[in-house]
Design a protein around this ligand. Structure first.
Ligand SMILES: C[C@H](O)CC(=O)SCCNC(=O)CCNC(=O)[C@H](O)C(C)(C)COP(=O)(O)OP(=O)(O)OC[C@H]1O[C@@H](n2cnc3c(N)ncnc32)[C@H](O)[C@@H]1OP(=O)(O)O
Length: 721
């Protein structure tokens, strides 16, 4: 079968099967679209063809356009050229065909793939097919009529939800939305679609032209209200990007004016958006996310991941209970071990409290809560560890206690069991010193709140065996996380970057800046949470412990902050006890708390650096730079030390683990849009005022001196794996 081709096979029943054949995902390109156009025109002309079924090869309809094509600059096109695919082909050839065309959908039907199906006269799918117009994930909008046909099939509200959230729905759900006409079992899909096409021809079923359907559209005034409400929502959620608003404008154009005008607006706007910096950044993250699993010596081997059924979590403290919660929510049998009855009870209460909060916040149903809780077993000894597949230690920050725990675990766990430590700030090699299982010791870092932060950082040593890496990458995916493998170091990749985000903010506040202004400014930049709101979420206790480790390991570049200690003395714990940098109501909504000004004052008195009243008047851009350039600096150290296998892994980690805005492409990608030279100069300038904390590292200085980018590929990096 020729790669990237479209095949036509006419059957004796007069139905032509047109197959998009560009495996594995039948991606679209201009060539594939031209080939599809030719096959459809041929089928329409042939006397032996009465009706057409459109399908994808190997049980996959089409995952849409190859997104590699977006994000670069493109030549200016004439209006005719712009409208060629969407209007000449999809609308005036496919949808206007004199012979009925039915889409038979299995597997993915995303982006352009789904848009082609929307222009067919009916859609049959399997229950498990996956459908969605995911273009906004790449900072673009659909370009083959999706903005016009989807609202006419499912209604404006649902269509906006699907478009703006890039929501993917199953075949079953799509059927309930009227996006799909009939659900067929996979082995009967083609036969049913064939018959459906003949039925349309014989007027037994409706011949639907989606572009002109109106039954799902309400009165115009109501539609306008929906559009305006959607605008307010996206402005609140994503204030720095324009593509969601543009998408709403394009949908509205087709409703208030005419769908054909909407189609034209769609193609014109897409041409602009595909060259935007947001699109470049988002496409970068899409591929970087997929590249995290490309690890030299691991990808390409025929190692098969082993199934993990039972996982033990050592420790029921804040971290342990958070991890146990994430695991039971993914249907793992979990043993939580503590040292005494009281700690165990506290651990169980924390898991229950976590689950209850997710129910209260609407993220979980009561039924799921009950079901998840039955998977948790609580113990005070290792007797039931004989069939455990993975142990995650989250009990103590002390090296000697960790060593003791690992040596003991070895006696009770089976031969294949993987031993891991969560958020371990010390060298993994040292932890395994008293045990004989070095090749099965790793760091498994889940980040709080573990059920929702979509990153899994796997810390491997040069002794970690490949099978363990393969197993844990599969485990990460099953948890719904993106696994990023990093080398062994004191502290670990994400936390080293993340901690500097918090530390910079603390340094600024203790030197005179306003905490809430910093938070607002970072949120305006696009961070999911400002540093102080973030500390509240993680908890002041965990932040203080991590800080202590950081000071111990990197004293020369740490800002020793007093603020958290002062607040802890007054029983401030963060979001969990409703007392942090913010005050929290019962629904965990955060409100600035004027009381903390008094603690900031105390911390400033203890701070050895100079208090600078001018810091109160910092511009927003200065704050962003003073908080984030140290993070870039630390990312450079991680590259130089070979802790990160490639810089794009740090981009993924920053986006998925610390809430760095996806549309800025991650910390290194963003830094490169600013330029290494400027960043280095700024850091040098601040280091003369505030000390070593801001001093640029050798890697940054060297790149900046030549005006080079900060990106590093695997080959360049001095990988520790
Ligand atoms: C004009 C139009 O309106 C514009 C568009 O069509 S925009 C495109 C819309 N399409 C999408 O959003 C689909 C994106 N892809 C996916 O969701 C998932 O890849 C998938 C569900 C298809 C498969 O998932 P999964 O089996 O987990 O495999 P996954 O690791 O993600 O991808 C496998 C490979 O396919 C590639 N791939 C998948 N979809 C791709 C796409 N649309 N463009 C480019 N590459 C793609 C991945 O980069 C990866 O390549 P690699 O093996 O070299 O790393």
């Amino acid at each position: 079968m020729k790669r990237g081709s479209v095949l036509l096979e006419a059957g004796a029943d007069g139905v032509a099967i047109i197959t998009i054949a560009n495996p594995p995902f039948n991606l679209l390109s201009v060539d594939v679209m031209l080939s599809l156009k030719e096959r459809i025109e041929e089928a329409v002309l042939r006397d032996d063809v009465k009706a057409i079924v459109l399908i994808g090869s190997h049980g996959k309809f089409s995952a849409g356009f190859d997104v590699m094509a977006f994000g670069g600059s493109v030549e200016r096109k004439t209006r005719k050229e712009l409208g060629f695919l969407s209007i000449d082909f999809v609308t005036d050839t496919l949808e206007a065909s004199k012979k009925p065309i039915v889409a038979a959908i299995d597997g993915p039907a995303f982006g352009g793939g789904l848009e082609i199906a929307l222009a067919c006269h009916a859609r049959i799918s399997t229950a498990s097919a996956q459908l969605g117009l995911t273009e906004l994930e790449y900072g673009i909008i659909p370009g083959l009529g999706g903005t016009q046909r989807l609202p006419r099939l499912v209604g404006i509200c649902k269509a906006l939800e699907m478009l703006l959230m890039s929501k993917r729905v199953s075949g079953d759900e799509a059927k309930s939305l009227n996006l799909i006409d009939f659900i067929a079992p996979a082995d009967k899909l083609l036969a049913i679609a064939r018959q459906w096409a003949l039925d349309i021809l014989e007027c037994q079923r409706r011949w639907v032209i989606s572009l002109y359907k109106t039954d799902k559209l309400g009165p115009l005034a109501e539609s306008r209200r929906i559009f305006n409400f959607a605008r307010i929502q996206v402005q609140e959620r994503t204030p720095n990007v324009t593509y969601p608003l543009i998408c709403i404008d394009v949908v509205e154009e087709g409703i208030v004016s005419d769908p054909r005008n909407g189609l034209w607006k769609e193609v014109e706007v897409l041409q602009e958006l595909r060259q935007s910096s947001a699109c470049r950044s988002l496409v970068h993250i899409f591929f970087s996310q997929r590249r995290t699993t490309k690890i030299p010596g691991v990808s390409g081997t025929d190692l098969v991941p082993r199934n993990m059924k039972k996982i033990a979590v050592i420790g029921g403290g804040l971290l342990g209970s958070d991890i146990a919660t994430a695991l039971i929510l993914c249907n793992y049998n979990v043993i939580m071990k503590e040292v005494n009855e009281i700690s165990l009870l506290n651990g169980v209460c924390r898991v229950k409290e976590n689950l209850r909060r997710y129910v209260d916040g609407g993220k979980l149903t009561h039924q799921k809560l009950e079901q998840a809780f039955t998977l948790l077993k609580c113990v005070l000894n290792y007797d039931s560890f004989n069939d455990v597949d993975l142990v995650i230690e989250a009990a103590s920050q002390s090296l000697s206690l960790k060593q003791q725990t690992f040596a003991e675990l070895e006696k009770y766990c089976p031969q294949h069991c993987i031993f891991s430590s969560n958020n371990c700030p010390v060298d993994l090699g040292l932890i395994g010193e008293r045990s004989r299982v070095h090749n099965r010791i790793v760091g498994v870092n889940l980040f709080s709140p573990a059920p929702f932060v979509p990153l899994l950082e796997l810390v491997c040593t040069d002794r970690t065996c490949l099978q363990v890496i393969v197993d844990l990458m599969a485990f990460g995916r099953k948890l719904g996380k993106t696994p990023v493998v990093v080398g062994n170091s004191t502290g670990f990749a994400l936390n080293r970057m993340f901690f500097l985000y918090l530390q910079s903010a603390m340094l600024l506040v203790e030197s005179g800046a306003d905490a809430y202004q910093i938070d607002q400014c970072m949120v305006k930049f696009g961070m999911q949470f400002g540093p102080f709101r973030m500390i509240d979420r993680i908890g002041l206790q965990v932040t203080a412990k991590t800080a202590a480790q950081f000071y111990e390991n990197f004293p020369q570049r740490s800002h020793k902050s007093w603020l958290i200690q002062v607040m802890q003395e007054k029983d401030y714990g963060g979001e969990s006890n409703h007392k942090g940098f913010y005050a929290y109501d019962n629904k965990y909504k955060a409100h600035p708390d004027p009381k903390i000004l008094r603690y900031i004052k105390i911390a400033r008195n203890k701070y050895s650096g100079t208090i600078n009243s001018k810091l109160k008047e910092l511009f927003d851009e200065d704050i962003v730079e003073m908080v984030l350039f140290p993070v870039v600096n630390e990312a450079c150290r991680l590259i130089a030390d070979g802790i990160a296998l490639k810089s794009s892994d740090l981009d993924v980690a920053s986006v998925m683990g610390m809430g760095f805005p996806r549309y800025r492409g991650g910390v290194i990608f963003w830094a490169d849009t600013i330029g290494s030279t400027y960043i280095c100069l700024r850091l040098e300038h601040w280091s003369t005022k505030f000390g070593e904390y801001f001093k640029p590292c050798a890697y940054l200085v060297q790149r900046a001196s030549k005006g080079y980018s900060l990106v590093s590929q695997i080959k360049q990096a001095k990988s520790q794996l």
